[in-house]
Every structure is written in C-alpha cells, then in structure tokens.
Design a protein around this ligand. Structure first.
Ligand SMILES: Cc1cc2nc3c(=O)[nH]c(=O)nc-3n(C[C@H](O)[C@H](O)[C@H](O)COP(=O)(O)O)c2cc1C
Ligand SMILES: O=C(O)C(=O)c1ccccc1
Length: 372
C-alpha cells in the first residue's frame, strides 16, 4: 500500500513517528529538534498542561462558529499554517503540496522567505486560497523590498516579519549532523528568482551556485536590525504587517506604538533561545499590554483542539499550526497535510462543543483555570 493510501495517524505522537520513518535522520531532526537542551521546546507543550478548561454544560452547542477574521483574512477554524522553510527536504512537492492542501480547506498559508519553491510558484499552487508572506529581513534592503513587492503582486495579503532570528539558534542536534538546509540551497528559491539578488552576483547561479549560496548566507541574517529600521517596511507596502517572535510585553507595546497591525507571540517552536519563556506563558501579559488595539496570535506548542481553546481563552485571537502539518507533509504529501488540517478542524470543533461554547469568540479567561 502506498503511503498516501495508508491510514494516517490521528495522534500527534504517531504522526511524528510516521514522519521519522518516512524521512532520513537529518531532515527529520531539523524539523523535530529545538535549540540547546530543548527545555523551551518541551515547555511549549507542558505550559498547556498548567491550564485546564473548566467546561460549562447544557448550553445548546448544536451549532458552533469556529471561524474568525484577522486583518481581512478569514480563518475557518481560528488557525493558520505557520511559515516553515525548506519544505522540499520533507517531500518533493514541498510548499506546493502544503499550499494546495491549505487552499482546499480555505485555511490561510504563510509562505516562508526560505521556501524551497518561490513565492510565485507557491501562490500559483495556492490559487484562490489565502496566503500571507513571511519575511526574513535581509541586510540588503533592496532585496527585502523586492521580496515584499513580489509578494504583493502574487496575491499575498499580509506580511509577517519574523524578528526572533538575529542569529540562528544553537541547535545542537543539527550541529551533530552538520545539516543546514539553507546552506544546501533548499530554501534559496526566492533569492535565486529575484532580479535584485541576481544583479548582485558576479556570475549567474547556473555557472556558480556555490557563489550564489555564499552571497545568500552573507545577506540573510541581520543582527543589526532595530525597531527604527524595521519600521521602514511601512514605507514599502500598504499590506498589513504582523510582527512574529514577540515574547516580552514591553516589546508588544513597542509593536503597537511602531504601527504594526498584528503580533505573533512565538519562540519559534523552541528553535532559537533555549531557556526562554514558553509562548503560552508569555501570552497573557502581552494581551494585557496590547489591550485589544491589534490582533494577537500565538504559536509554539499547539498540538490539538483543546490547545486552541486554551490559547483563545487566554486572549489570543488565533493560532498558528507548525510542526503537525509538516509531519503530515512528510508522511503523505498534499494528502497528508489535508489529513492534518481536517483533523484539527474536527478537533477544534469537538473541543469547542465540549467546553460549552457556541463560538470561539466566547472563550475567555473564565473558560480556563491555572491548575499547577
Ligand atoms: C522546520 C521548521 C522551519 C521553520 N521555518 C521558519 C521560517 O522559515 N520562518 C519563520 O518565521 N518561522 C519558521 N519556523 C517557526 C514556525 O513558524 C513556528 O513558529 C513554530 O513551528 C511553532 O512551533 P511548533 O511547530 O512547535 O508549534 C520554523 C519551524 C520549523 C519546525
Ligand atoms: O529553521 C528555522 O527555524 C528557520 O527559520 C531558519 C531559516 C533560515 C536559516 C536557518 C533557520
């Protein structure tokens, strides 16, 4: 039986196991692992166990609204697919398969700057689906501006700028394998198809790929980025701009003051600073600081429907789904991602009903209790 015909797992742990079987050890480790001793990676999940839903009964939950709208984008079940780079290491169709699966359910897809396929190719696969573009600020401003303009032209309706990677996290298990997909050219498509980037090279990539990838490495990280500089994004796009990777409430306040349109509370799935706070623990002070002025989303640790309800109860407007859908991609390509999305929608629906809600918007601080 082909992988796609096999019954795909429902549980996150079995999905992860199937992905491990489907992949060689380097790409699997790249997805699964976190930085350092993986304390934060682990905390992202255990933080959800410190909160319990306290359900209400006899509420007539026969009809339930799972959807929400964020910055003009419709989310059928209050989640978006997180930007995950280098998806071609997991399946030959990479982001194309994920973007097609997302479109089939009307779930928005966030395409990464370091995708295996270019943002235009992903847009074509996503078709009439909805999509945002995730930006890694490049130290060459004209390259950054070119990526943003291409995203606008290709029908992306928001820019998510990720700010938690001034340098890459110390990922011990990737170091053990010496496995770095960007250096291997697995996330270079957006650059190799960019007229400004290409104009910087002394030889075209077809003649000197090593040189092209070395140039990419040299401009990719921008540790000198500041609030002042990132604000320049506003001058080059009229799309909503969301800042991803905020954990401190003071930074959330700064994001509002700087004119950002949304925040993603995230520690990058525990892949950047090990020992930093879990996303869920960071959420409430940020929600208080933002005071409803802009939407607040959360990722890092969402593994099932009840996690979505807990995040919304603690004040998130929506969540991003990360590792689960790329494990689906590794196991079954487009069908695997479809399977994961379908299960999450069902699981969110079940959790909402059993919590005693008729709409996700009813989840509030009284829906959950801190239990340890
Ligand atoms: C393999 C992998 C690659 C990622 N690539 C990116 C990326 O290119 N851009 C980005 O903003 N975040 C990236 N992230 C972080 C995700 O967007 C998201 O914050 C994280 O996966 C959430 O944690 P979770 O998957 O454990 O729930 C990546 C995460 C993983 C697992
Ligand atoms: O792996 C990641 O989390 C990621 O976003 C990334 C992107 C480029 C280089 C290294 C890591």
């Amino acid at each position: 039986m082909a992988v796609s015909e096999k019954m795909l797992p429902f549980s996150y742990s079995n999905l992860e196991k199937e992905a491990e079987l489907a992949l060689s050890k380097e790409p699997f480790t790249y997805v699964q692992s976190g930085a350092g001793a993986e304390i934060t990676l682990c905390e992202n999940e255990t933080a959800f166990n410190r909160w319990a839903i306290v359900p209400r009964v006899l509420k007539d939950v026969s009809s339930r609204v799972l959807s929400t709208d964020i910055l003009g984008t419709h989310l059928p079940a209050s989640f978006i697919l997180a930007p995950i780079g280098n998806q071609g290491i997991l399946h030959p169709e990479g982001e194309l398969a994920s973007a097609r699966a997302a479109a089939a359910f009307g779930v928005p897809f966030i395409a990464s700057t370091v995708s295996t396929f270019s943002l235009e190719e992903i847009a074509a696969a996503n078709g009439t689906g909805s999509r945002w573009f995730q930006l890694y600020w490049s130290s060459d401003f004209e390259v950054t501006a070119s990526l943003v303009h291409r995203a606008e032209k290709a029908g992306y309706t928001a820019i998510t700028v990720t700010v938690d990677m001034p340098v890459v996290g110390y990922r011990e298990r990737d170091l053990d394998h010496q496995y770095f997909p960007l250096a291997l050219g697995k996330g270079a498509a957006n650059f190799l198809q960019d007229p400004i980037f290409l104009s910087r090279l002394s030889k075209p990539p077809a003649e000197d790929m090593t040189g092209a990838l070395a140039h990419l490495q040299s401009l990719f990280f921008t540790p000198s980025l500041t609030w002042e500089k990132v604000k320049k994004l506003r001058e080059i796009t009229s799309l909503p701009i969301i800042i991803k990777g905020v954990l401190h409430e003071e930074d959330a306040r700064k994001a509002v003051d700087a004119g950002f349109d949304g925040i993603v509370v995230s520690n990058h799935g525990g892949r950047q600073l090990d020992g930093c706070i879990s996303s869920l623990d960071a959420l409430s002070p940020i929600v208080t600081a933002v005071a409803g002025k802009i939407p607040v989303m959360l990722d890092s640790g969402i593994r099932r429907g009840a996690d979505v309800v807990k995040a919304l109860a603690l004040g998130a407007d929506a969540v991003l789904l990360g590792r689960p859908y790329v494990y689906g991609l590794a196991v079954g390509g487009e069908n695997g991602v479809k399977h994961v999305i379908e299960q999450y929608i069902k699981d969110v629906d079940t959790a909402v009903a059993l919590t005693g809600l008729t709409a996700v918007s009813e989840a509030n601080r009284g829906t959950v209790r801190k239990v340890n």
